[in-house]
Ligand binder design. Structure first.
Ligand code: SF4
Length: 282
């Protein structure tokens, strides 16, 4: 077991039950490394998970406190939890694309609107892979899946004219980024910035699903082929070239520029208490 796993993860959850070659572990490792480099301990973080591959594979892996939300509801739970826990504790989530950008999108928008502190890693396997590989809201155009055998035909959420990150920015998010899981140190650096925002941070990370996406879309389960397919379609922001789907890097950074939800709520409650105390005294 490596140093990070020993320090932060539950031994009984290692090795992961993810399929061989799955890119999920790389994302979790980058996030744990960022946590470590910022000097946070196990008790400083509450780790939430949801449904699907991302939720299932990272569920209860964190040694400290954690919880699992029902599908798409982790952001709503988090807003309540945020009010109950000490302000210095950080909420960190590993969720899937279907959870964040599909069924949970309404809750996600309200978490962004209120700038509630949470660092969300949206682990995107490009569709509903845990249920056999149906298309989802980020499946690239033209890609074959179990439910789009002639190619993905619906408009998705990752287009220049309709990007889910733009919607979240308009809703009030204060930190937004996109990466592919192979981004290594760049991904870790982004996670570090996301964690330092006392507000709503979301990092969208595309990763290879060897079992269903690879088999349906590319006709192979060979991890190296799927990694290459994704890598060839990603480039850092400002270095785009033809055929690039995923522009990687920080899309928006307004970290710590406006009050966090629970901070505002505590202030308001304090103000109301003071008002009634004064009225009672007069
Ligand atoms: S189905 Fe795909 S995303 Fe899910 S654990 Fe297996 S390889 Fe990973």
């Amino acid at each position: 077991m490596d140093y990070l796993a020993e320090k932060y993860l539950r031994p009984r959850k290692i090795p992961s039950t993810a399929c061989s070659g799955c890119g999920l572990g790389v994302i979790q490792k980058a996030l744990v490394k960022a946590i470590d480099e910022l000097g946070y301990g196990v008790s400083d973080i509450i780790w939430g998970t949801s449904i699907g591959c991302a939720g299932r594979q990272t569920f209860a892996t964190w040694k400290g406190d954690g919880f699992a939300g029902t599908h798409g509801r982790v952001y709503a739970i988090a807003r309540g939890l945020r009010l109950a826990i000490p302000p210095e504790k950080k909420l960190v989530f590993t969720v899937g694309d279907g959870d964040a950008f599909g069924i949970g999108f309404n809750h996600l928008l309200h978490a962004a609107r209120t700038n509630t502190q949470m660092t969300i890693a949206v682990c995107d396997n490009l569709g509903y892979q845990s249920t056999g590989g149906q298309f989802g809201w980020t499946t690239p155009s033209g890609v074959k899946t179990d439910s789009s055998p002639y190619g993905m035909f619906e408009p998705n959420w990752v287009r220049d004219d309709m990007d889910v990150l733009h919607i979240l920015r308009e809703a009030g998010a204060t930190f937004l980024a996109r990466h592919v899981s192979m981004d290594g140190p760049r991904l870790e650096a982004t996670f570090k910035k996301a964690l330092q925002n006392n507000g709503f941070s979301l990092v969208h990370v595309i990763y290879p699903c060897t079992t269903n996406f690879g088999n349906n879309a590319l006709g192979t389960r060979r991890a190296v082929d799927i990694f290459r397919w994704i890598k060839e379609r990603a480039a850092p922001l400002g270095e785009e070239r033809e055929g690039v789907i995923w522009k990687t890097g920080i899309y928006y950074d307004a970290s710590n520029s406006r009050p966090e939800f629970s901070e505002l709520m505590r202030e308001k409650v304090g103000e109301i208490h003071r008002r009634y105390q004064n009225e009672g005294a007069s």
